[in-house]
Write a protein of this length. Structure first.
Length: 392
């Protein structure tokens, strides 16, 4: 049974001794603190979105169009009253939350992804590891609990298969194919600083450690600066795959017995095609607004995707989650679980594992409290009957 909300009791009791939280309690507060403290290039990489950033704002404002309809007198509060656990893609989680696959966490902390792996294991929630990680698949797999591997499908089938096989061997419980990034979006914050970390050899640890990739190099990248530059140039030629099609999901199905999710789906026809091709889940997402400026807010796309494929596949949600009530709204609209991104990344940059833990515990406690105060004892209580539409 849930005890995430006990975090608030810890804080109030510490307050009696004059101890207050070292980090902000809200997602917006963590972002503002990170803006003040982090290296400008690191902050811009995490915070930035495509072009005018309208889509990133749309992800947040979409939640303003919905309001919860709490129920009362249902015995949903008190010790042991709520069970927030869920089974999704064969993974049992203590709450329907996974960390989103954010790349290049080495910009924020030298142990980036491995710290996230350890904290999510401790909390009993999921982690989705980015291909563009600063730590290798094997390093994360050795420290993680329940984790999935996010695949940026390279322009080389043998290399793509190697990534998948390494993830499966290292204990990943699902493969998440990101379909909305055959190339990078127009990101003015990074462009203004002339900063793309991959060109500095950052965020390509899974390439540099892969036998298929290394076989393409004339010298080991660790041998010299010149060899590393050659490795980066090789990476440039392999990142992204403009030729990827739904049929490749069927190809992936032949490569692995792990469940497959396709991330970056907004259009119902795309959802239908990838499920027809063998995907077990779709992740409704616009990449946090980082790819197509002016795209629909992810939450606005969710109900239609659920209506289209929700009877045949799990539907997950990503892009815009900031509070516990946001989680409730997404689940009430049909999502099985949500992926949560930027706030814990800011926490990582501010205070390492403690910062990740703080950000995640804030979301989990907020979600737990909102569930109880809305009369919900388990996730099955969440449905469209919990939602009222509201026009701003």
């Amino acid at each position: 049974m849930s005890s995430f909300v006990d975090f608030q009791n810890e804080i109030y009791l510490s307050g009696l001794a004059g101890i207050v939280p070292a980090l902000p309690m809200t997602a917006a507060g963590l972002e503002e603190k990170a803006r003040e403290v982090l290296d400008p290039a690191a902050f811009a990489y995490v915070a930035g979105s495509a072009s005018t950033e309208r889509t990133a704002h749309a992800n947040l404002s979409a939640f303003e169009r919905y309001r919860l309809l709490p129920r009362v007198l249902r015995g949903a509060t008190g010790p042991g009253a709520r069970d927030l656990s869920v089974d999704v893609l064969g993974t049992r989680l203590a709450a329907p939350i996974l960390t989103a696959p954010i790349g290049v966490l080495g910009l924020l902390h030298e142990r980036g992804e491995t710290l996230v792996a350890e904290v999510t294991r401790e909390l009993g929630i999921g982690m989705c590891l980015s291909t563009a990680a600063s730590s290798t698949i094997e390093e994360v797999g050795a420290r993680a609990g329940d984790w999935w591997y996010q695949l940026y499908w390279p322009n080389d089938m043998e290399l793509a298969r190697s990534f998948v096989e390494r993830a499966e061997k290292s204990g990943a419980k699902a493969i998440v194919v990101t379909a909305d990034t055959p190339s990078l979006g127009w990101r003015p914050r990074d462009l203004q600083l002339g900063h793309l970390p991959f060109l500095q050899g950052k965020g390509i640890a899974n390439y540099l450690s892969d036998p298929v990739f290394r076989a393409k190099l004339s010298a080991p990248p660790e041998e010299s600066e010149e060899a590393m530059r050659a490795a980066v140039l090789t990476w440039i030629g392999l990142f992204g795959n403009h030729g990827l099609r739904p049929a490749d999901i069927a190809r992936l199905r032949d490569w692995t017995e792990l469940p497959i999710a396709v991330k970056g789906v907004l259009h119902p026809d795309d959802a239908r095609q990838v499920v027809d091709a063998g995907a077990d889940a779709v992740v409704v997402s616009n990449h946090g607004g980082r790819q197509v400026d002016g795209a629909v807010g992810a939450l606005d796309a969710l109900p239609t995707i659920v209506a289209t494929v929700g009877d045949r596949a799990d539907v997950l949600f990503d892009s815009g989650i900031r509070t516990g009530s946001d989680v409730m709204i997404a689940l009430s609209l049909g999502a099985k679980a949500v992926l949560y991104g930027r706030p814990w990344a800011y926490g990582l940059g501010l205070a390492g594992a403690d910062g990740v833990r703080h950000a995640l515990r804030c979301l989990l406690a907020d979600f737990d409290a909102a569930m109880g105060l809305s009369g919900c004892t388990c996730l099955h209580d969440l449905s469209r009957t919990m939602i009222s539409t509201y026009r701003v």
